[in-house]
Write a protein that binds this ligand. Sequence first.
Ligand SMILES: [Zn+2]
Length: 134
Amino acid sequence: MARLHEHIANQRLDKIHKMTTILVQDYDLIAMETLMPKNMVKNRKLAKAISDAAWGEVARQLEYKTRWYGKCQVKVDRFFPSSQTCNRCGFVNKATKDLAIREWDCPQCGEHNDRDINAAKNILDEGVRIVNAA
Ligand SMILES: [Zn+2]
């Protein structure tokens, strides 16, 4: 049983290594939100998804690999309203604070937003803004 667990852990680590290497090789800028996985794991709904993604390990690998490959990593403040801001028009929709809302229509421009994709676009935009300001 212990050997099986070790085997699974190694497979998972190997997958994370391959993914982070591809990301760092393919992209010059990686923008990440500074989430707090330990606190988020306290939220039962999020716990499984975050644990499965081994978020901390992904972040750790991206950090040193961006340095190795001479790429740029930007951390976007976790208080930046990435999932509440419509990426199309910039309207901040406080109603989307509820994590159960996975998709929403912007009350200002009508854009249909997928929570995660919209947030990812906002994090990238904010990362680019931070780099350009520096
Ligand atoms: Zn909008």
